[in-house]
Ligand binder design. Structure first.
Ligand code: MIC
Ligand code: SF4
Length: 642
């Protein structure tokens, strides 16, 4: 039987375990990436491991999330990141150089390499055939220390692309159609592998838009084959020596197959408040809009912006619309500046934003009250934009540009622009001057007052008594658990950041939890389906841990968040019977007994002493993670091993 591309790369990197779907395996990690909002914790944790230098092939630290810099905190973080990178042998990408995933794709990602990044959109690099996964900062720190990455061998879903996209329909519409099929949950431990004749009609940036947003389905990663299109892209970047052909065998067997006829696709949109709420743009036609934002790691390439400029050319946006455009990297900005595209965008009334995450993470450009915002990024969770009452729709750059001109939701196929005259090109400006490559003389590490040590947990106790501190519903994202935007600057200051745990759901949570913790109670979070979807931020585990949360009891938990819970010693427990979710109420007295033997068996009984019921639960953890949970988290294990 032939092999999938996924299993070819995994078997090349296998360190331990049986390479069969569902088994726990450990693989060698070639490359790592971090960004500033998760990077400070990752490097503090790396420092705690006591190593002089990183041990993996390539480690890159990007500054792209916290570049608004209100107050001293972000600049201090950047200085810490710059100096620790220099000291530990990490390549540093300075603020202004661009968004980690766009820049990594341009300058470092390679077919057949493994990459883990402390950001959930790391699978963007799958656009060139890299096996790239998002992970918590601690897992990335371990990969930098040369420790293999332990994961569940995935099921592989084959997405067969047929035909060719029609004008004004683009890669974003492909991934939105994948999302409409698979949804935002139920895809844990799966990999999407794209094959079929349609693949060769897509450029690398288009492929990367698709692999980027596989993260919204919750898959481990997404992969495109490495072919002549990949070669030409890497050649344009001056990196063709890293190319190799890589694809699935003709007779590879897959766990599931979805066929998409590209020529039948139409412009689509993700409606509020989930990337999985898909509608056709045609069905939204006429809805008035206030804001259009083009950019983010999903759709900010040179090709994207040239298509946008073609639609805007010679026209001006109406006074009721604010249009912001953030090129994905400094190289993209340089290219649009040198060929006249930038001036077309400016003449159309666009506000040019920094090459950074910015609006996507709610760092700026919050919409007005009840505003309708069309964006080309990948997440539209309620409140993520910084305005709770706003409605954010995710669309392609073509839909965004045409709607910006019309002042309302409109299908870009109505536009008369000669979009087909915009040809994709692999001729890029390459300029590495905003990278700092590590030198032999390690610089002294600078730490501002906002940077505290990562806290660790206490080891597991045999009895956990406490109560249900919060009960939440389905699809609780890490943005609900740990809001970003204006609070991002506290990422390196856990006591301060912990004050906003669950703020969007329950503004009293943090103070109530801290008071109960101080009385010696243990905290239980009770949740529905797909708890912890979205980002890789380990703060969604660290801060609840800091407040005294001991267990999450849920119907289901997403992959990266489950790993983060284990890394910080919080038990991830799943209801054996979904209906038991209804039995527990907030404030109920809860108890777990004989946790040591329960951990061993993977089966727990939760006593709800208020209701007088016993609820059977299954531990969602591998054997390796069970050991971590017993010690109260990975940091304790590391300290013991040292
Ligand atoms: C996101 O898009 O949600 C983020 C911000 O990039 C996160 C990382 C973080 O919270 O710092 C992610 O995707 O992992
Ligand atoms: Fe940055 Fe947004 Fe991409 Fe996250 S999704 S890395 S915040 S651009």
């Amino acid at each position: 039987m032939g092999k999938t591309m996924c299993y070819k790369i995994l078997s090349d990197h296998l360190l331990e375990g049986n390479l069969r779907a569902g088994e726990t395996i450990t693989i060698k990690i070639d490359q790592t990436l971090t960004q500033d909002a998760t990077g400070t914790m990752a490097y503090l944790q790396f420092e705690a491991m006591g190593l002089d230098k990183v041990k993996n092939e390539l480690a890159v630290s990007y500054v792209d999330h916290n570049t608004v810099q209100v107050g001293f905190e972000n600049f201090d973080d950047h200085e810490y990141l710059r100096t620790v990178a220099n000291n530990k042998g990490v390549v540093f990408s300075r603020a202004g150089n661009g968004i980690c995933h766009q820049v990594h794709l341009e300058r470092f990602a390679l077919p057949g390499k493994t990459l883990v990044g402390s950001d959930s959109h790391t699978p963007t690099a799958g656009g060139v055939g890299s096996f790239a996964m998002g992970a918590g900062g601690l897992d990335v720190a371990l990969a930098m220390a040369g420790v293999g990455y332990t994961m569940v061998a995935p099921k592989v879903v084959n997405i067969v692309l047929k035909g060719k996209l029609r004008p004004f329909v683009s890669a974003k519409d492909i991934i939105l159609s994948v999302l409409s099929h698979f949804g935002v949950n139920g895809n844990v431990n799966k990999v999407f592998e794209y094959t079929g004749e349609g693949v060769k009609t897509l450029s690398v940036p288009e492929r990367a838009t698709i692999t980027n947003m596989g993260a919204e389905c919750g898959v481990t990663t997404s992969l495109f084959p490495s072919d002549e299109v990949t070669y030409s892209f890497l050649k344009g970047q001056g990196r063709e020596e890293g190319w190799k052909a890589l694809s699935a065998d003709e007779d590879a067997e897959y766990d599931d197959v979805l066929e998409i006829d590209l020529s039948s696709l139409v412009p689509l949109a993700s409606c509020p408040h989930s990337p999985g709420n898909i509608a056709t743009v045609e069905s939204l036609k006429g809805m008035k809009i206030n804001q259009v934002l083009i950019g983010s790691c999903t759709n900010s390439s040179y090709y994207d912006l040239r298509k946008v400029a073609k639609i805007l050319e010679g026209k001006t946006i109406p006074p009721t619309v604010s249009l912001g455009i953030a090129p994905g990297s400094r190289a993209v900005l340089e290219m649009i500046a040198s060929d006249g595209t930038l001036s077309t965008l400016l003449k159309a009334g666009a506000r040019i934003l920094e090459s950074a995450c910015g609006f996507c993470i709610g760092n700026h450009q919050s919409p007005g009250t009840d505003g309708v915002s069309l964006r080309t990024n990948n997440r539209n969770f309620e409140g993520r934009s910084g305005t709770k009452s706003a409605k954010v729709y995710l669309v392609s750059p073509e839909t965004a540009a045409w709607s910006a001109l019309m002042g309302e939701f409109r299908d870009p196929r109505e536009s008369q622009s000669d979009i087909e005259s915009v040809k994709y090109t692999d001729s890029f400006i390459v300029d590495d001057s905003m990278f700092i490559f590590p030198s032999d003389k390690g610089e002294e590490i600078k730490r501002g007052p906002n940077i505290g040590a990562p806290p660790s947990n206490v080891p597991l106790t045999d009895v956990i008594s406490g109560s249900c501190w919060i009960k939440v519903g389905d699809k609780i994202t890490t943005d609900h658990i740990m809001p970003a935007g204006q609070y991002l600057k506290y990422r390196s200051n856990i006591p301060r950041y912990s004050q906003v745990v669950f703020l969007p759901c329950d503004s009293d949570f943090a103070s109530r939890a801290a008071a109960l913790r101080d009385k010696g109670e243990g905290g239980f979070i009770v949740a529905g389906n797909s708890y912890g979807q979205g980002s890789s931020r380990e703060h969604a585990a660290i801060c609840p841990m800091y407040l005294g949360v001991k267990a999450v009891v849920a119907v289901s938990i997403e992959r990266i968040h489950q790993a983060n819970l284990c890394n910080f010693g919080i038990l991830p427990l799943l209801f054996d019977n979904k209906e038991d979710y209804d039995k527990i109420e907030m404030g109920d007295k809860l108890k777990l007994e004989s946790t040591f033997s329960s951990l061993e068996k993977g089966k727990f009984i939760l006593k709800d002493e208020t209701k007088g019921v016993e609820i059977p639960l299954t531990l969602f953890a591998t054997d390796v993670q069970k050991k971590t949970l017993l010690k109260g988290g990975r940091l304790n294990e590391i300290k013991e091993d040292a």
